[in-house]
Design a protein around this ligand. Structure first.
Ligand SMILES: Cc1cc2nc3c(=O)[nH]c(=O)nc-3n(C[C@H](O)[C@H](O)[C@H](O)COP(=O)(O)OP(=O)(O)OC[C@H]3O[C@@H](n4cnc5c(N)ncnc54)[C@H](O)[C@@H]3O)c2cc1C
Length: 432
């Protein structure tokens, strides 16, 4: 390994690899330090949003290990035994560029993507856990990795270490995250024959579906569940804020088991075999939880910078890739000036601000607090709403007027209309 690089990147996830690819293509001497093998232990829900990737590698899906392109999106409100769903199918997304929304498995995708950066000239150092930075005159000038020859210098470092950002904390850019700003994601990969998946989700070859479940998906706790279709597996998981897990003493394992046992969820999984189980934090603090992003010689990107849209769009991968790209472009400019000070690297923040990344995070800045302030929408209210709808469609010998007045009274006895409207108003901020 060379002793000095133009730039060192910590972490070979979507943000780090994007930065590496861009810098290597520009002819910079760049190294990525990855503690494992790219993708080996990485997990996410399953939908890769790829507008940035498509710019960097046009038509990437022809060669990348994508599972399916998403044409169906479904949003469900669950009560304990019923479901009301909003089911969308866009046939236009069945043609390139497929809405830039693909299901992928990170173990395969991250490996492929880091090979692309390597082909472009980046050095990928695997099994290299970065433990600290080299600091010279207050500026970050390299990394200390826990391996022989692990002290390596560079003009600057891009920290793409993901959500558990111990290095960003060491660099003084970030404090320990508050439990309210972290969600725990738990996911299973469940295998099923390809044809069964296509039958159950009304798909044809290559088409994919992303189903999100709200309301009582977690048996009354604040949080949600998902099923995303891969080629011959399903990604099935839940997300629950850490503050809720702690406060209610909930066990993530029980939550995912409860979710899978719901009749409207279980019907998609029947006969499937669990292949993998994993858990990972999601930085859902949004705009208000964004830490300091630069200091002399250092930039934070992706999840380590808290760049994840916590609204209904649930985008993380595209924000990670965009931030990696902006950080790389900032390094290219800084190198021309020969100046890697926080002032020059501050251009990275300006690029983020001028893009969808910060604009969207700012727009949805109220979401993290809104989610925990609408507990009724995860418990009693979906029960009452779905009971109302069930009653509405239950055939009996009563007149429709009689049925309606009984249902309305029963609904009002269970749910405060004032609270419901307030919660729906707050929820609309998440949904829009
Ligand atoms: C349950 C769950 C569901 C999600 N669903 C979606 C979804 O469907 N769509 C979406 O767009 N986003 C989703 N996300 C968010 C998305 O996964 C992240 O936003 C994205 O992966 C961030 O990329 P990153 O490169 O910043 O970090 P990561 O992908 O976390 O990569 C960080 C890399 O750094 C390495 N690393 C960490 N520390 C060190 C160190 N000290 N030394 C060396 N290497 C290190 C890690 O091994 C890893 O490879 C989900 C996340 C979770 C947890």
């Amino acid at each position: 390994m060379e002793e000095r690089f133009d730039c060192i990147i910590v972490g070979a996830g979507p943000s780090g690899t994007t930065a590496a690819l861009r810098l290597a293509r520009e002819g910079l001497n760049v190294a990525v330090f990855e503690r494992g093998k790219p993708g080996a232990k990485n997990m996410f829900g399953g939908v890769l949003y790829s507008t940035i990737l498509d710019k960097l590698i046009p038509g990437f899906w022809k060669e990348a290990p994508v599972e399916r392109h998403v044409i169906r999106k479904r949003f469900s409100l669950l009560s304990s035994d019923s479901e009301a769903a909003f089911d969308l199918c866009f046939n236009a997304f069945d043609r390139p560029p497929f809405n830039n929304s693909f299901t992928v498995l990170r173990a395969r995708f991250d490996r492929w993507y880091s090979e692309k950066a390597e082909e472009a000239g980046a050095v990928i150092v695997t099994g290299a856990n970065v433990e600290d930075f080299i600091v010279e005159d207050g500026a970050i000038r390299g990394v200390k990795a826990g391996m022989e020859g692990g002290l390596v210098r560079a003009d600057c470092v891009i920290c793409a270490e993901g959500v558990n950002s111990l290095l960003a904390e060491k660099a003084g850019l970030k404090k320990k995250p508050a439990p309210e700003s972290m969600t725990l994601g738990v996911k299973e990969i469940i295998s099923l024959p390809k044809e069964t998946i296509e039958d159950r989700f009304s798909l044809e070859d290559g088409q994919g579906a992303a189903f999100d479940f709200f309301g009582a998906a977690l048996g009354g706790a604040v949080g949600s569940g998902f099923i995303y279709t891969n080629r011959d597996t399903l990604s099935v998981g839940i997300g629950c804020p850490i503050s809720v897990l702690k406060e209610k003493g909930l066990r993530p394992n029980d939550l995912i088991e409860g979710f899978k046992a719901h009749p409207s969820v279980g019907r998609y999984l029947r006969g499937g075999k669990m292949e993998e189980f994993s858990a990972h934090m999601i930085p859902e603090g949004g705009y208000r939880a964004i830490p300091g992003l630069v200091r002399d010689g250092l930039m934070l990107v992706g999840d380590s910078a808290g760049l994840l849209n916590p609204s209904i769009f649930r985008e993380g991968t595209n924000l990670a890739m965009a931030s990696g790209l902006f950080a790389a472009e900032t390094v290219i400019e800084a190198r021309k000036k020969g100046d890697f000070s926080a002032k020059t690297l501050g251009d990275y923040v300006e690029r983020l601000k001028g893009s969808f990344v910060i604009k969207d995070l700012k727009r949805y800045r109220g979401v993290p607090t809104a989610i925990t302030s609408i507990p009724g929408l995860f418990g009693e209210e979906p029960e009452a709403i779905l009971d109302f709808l069930k009653g509405h469609f239950t055939v009996s010998e009563k007149s429709k007027d009689e049925i309606h007045s009984e249902l309305k009274k029963a609904f009002r006895d269970r749910v405060s209309m004032k609270r419901l409207f307030l919660e729906l108003y707050r929820a609309s901020k998440i949904l829009r």
